[in-house]
Design a protein around this ligand. Structure first.
Ligand code: ADP
Ligand code: ASP
Ligand code: MG
Length: 444
């Protein structure tokens, strides 16, 4: 079987949905399972409407809902050539549920993470109804699955962790791909053991695709998006970024982790474990070969650049650190308790600096860190990463990086923790130009 995942841009309107089903049709004899994101912007709109409702701004929330409704019904009309019919009715029923939720949130002026997940889950649910309608219109046998019955998560709503073994069992027991039928499932959404709807975090549909692929022993997981594959840099920042034919799992994971949004960091993990190839391809150009993510690729040197914005550097200065054992573990214990993940670390004898990319729980964590020493916080930073194998083995590499960045202040450096990455912390305002400069240095 094969898993085809389509991102929000690939299902942005009826025209693109037809392309998606063209691609799925071509894979029909491989027993395809299609995993879809919400239509581009729909998740943001649903979040915005829940937010407006929680502020008691019911009018604004209902207006946003009306926009979402209109957009989905227009696509439905385009697909089915009618303003009625089963798909139309299912959409209206789902949209009525969203309306109830929004009215409830407006009344109590509160949107818990659990309720927020209930609201945003409709993005993927609406999109898959439309894709199913298009598949049926063409007379292709299709089965629409409900990922909430297949992807089991914990109850950390809005960013739930998948309970992988339970999920594999559910998928294996209930999903039976076979040639000639298209299976369609929602990315991003799941449910707790109690059946409460949850989501896997922004961009989580890639992870869903990988879970389905791993559970079912897919021959391949294809991530279809709006660029030709994984490029040497984000094309929105570096216009002449080049396509990488292949990339290793570790390089791709590193790129994703450090901000190359094209694949979700977790996507790679379940697939690596089973050696399932993951390819990234362009829905707008299906004839392209895209990028193949392999177990290992023997290419040395810089392969790609990535940037992660919205980073905060936290430094703890304390003379108590001197020759003290257990100091770092107590500091990291604080981050662990508040479920804040630390990306980069640099230590000296009397201080430790760390980067985090979230503001959730940060204030209470900082208050606890004060007990260890003086805490300094620098926001609006960015991590710029150069990804490639054995970079440190090339004696000219670091010189080239710093010569190119002679005019950019670099706040922190990390090289060699993995053998595939050099990461620099720079001010957020400098990161795009620094990326362009480095791209010129290593790819021109
Ligand atoms: P989707 O809606 O398909 O999930 P995303 O917006 O999540 O798409 O990811 C695709 C986008 O990732 C591209 O449009 C591109 O701007 C961005 N991107 C960032 N870094 C890279 C990179 N190294 N290669 C390709 N695309 C990248
Ligand atoms: N629709 C979700 C989001 O916008 C998940 C995804 O697209 O992968 O984050
Ligand atoms: Mg994505």
């Amino acid at each position: 079987m094969i898993v085809l995942k389509f991102g929000g841009t690939s299902v942005r309107d009826a025209h693109w949905m037809r392309r998606v089903i063209d691609i799925a049709y071509d894979a029909l004899d491989r027993g395809p399972l299609l995993v879809s994101s919400a239509m581009t912007g729909a998740t943001d709109d649903l979040l915005a409407m829940a937010g407006a409702a929680a502020r008691g701004n019911g009018e604004e929330a209902l207006q946003l809902l009306e926009n979402v409704r209109r957009r989905h019904l227009e696509v439905c009309r385009d697909i089915t050539d009618s303003d009625a019919g089963p798909a139309h009715d299912v959409l209206e029923q789902m949209l009525a549920e969203v309306r109830y939720l929004i009215q409830g949130i407006t009344l109590v002026r509160e949107c818990t993470p659990r309720t927020q997940d209930a609201v945003v889950s409709f993005g993927e649910r609406l999109a898959t109804v439309l894709l199913t309608a298009e598949t049926e219109r063409r007379g292709i046998p299709v089965q629409l699955l409900d990922s909430r019955q297949l992807v089991r998560t914990d109850d950390h709503f809005t960013n739930a962790a998948c309970i992988v073994e339970a999920t594999y069992d559910l998928i294996r027991a209930n999903v039976h791909p076979h040639p000639g039928t298209l299976l369609i499932a929602q990315g991003f959404i799941g449910a707790t053991a109690e059946g409460v709807t949850s989501t896997l975090g922004r961009g989580g549909s890639d992870f869903s695709a990988s879970l389905f692929g791993s559970a079912l022993g897919a021959e391949e997981v294809q991530i279809w998006t709006d660029v030709d594959g994984i490029l040497s840099a984000d094309p929105r920042i570096v216009a002449d970024a080049v396509l990488l034919d292949t990339i290793s799992y570790s390089e791709a994971a590193e790129l994703a982790f450090f901000g190359a949004k094209v694949v979700h960091p977790f996507t790679i993990q379940p697939a690596i474990e089973l050696g399932i190839p993951v390819t990234v391809r362009n829905t707008g150009k299906p004839e392209g070969t895209g990028t193949r993510i392999h177990a290992a690729v023997d290419v040395h040197g810089v392969r790609a650049l990535a940037a992660k914005k919205g980073v905060t550097v936290i430094s703890v200065h304390s003379s108590r650190m001197l020759n003290a054992y257990g100091f770092l573990s107590r500091i990291f214990g604080v981050f662990e308790r508040f479920r804040i993940s630390v990306d980069l670390i640099a230590t000296s004898e009397v201080s430790v600096s760390m980067t985090v990319d979230t503001s959730v729980n940060l204030a209470p964590a900082l208050a606890e860190l004060e007990q260890f020493g003086h805490v300094q916080v620098e926001s609006d930073q960015a991590i710029l990463s150069l990804v490639g194998k054995n970079l440190w083995k090339d004696p000219t590499f670091v010189t080239r990086v710093f010569a190119a960045l002679a005019k950019t202040p670099v706040r922190m450096i990390s090289l060699g923790a993995s053998d595939v990455n050099l990461s620099l912390v720079v001010g957020q305002q400098d990161v795009n130009s620094a990326m362009q400069t480095l791209h010129k240095e290593f790819f021109a």
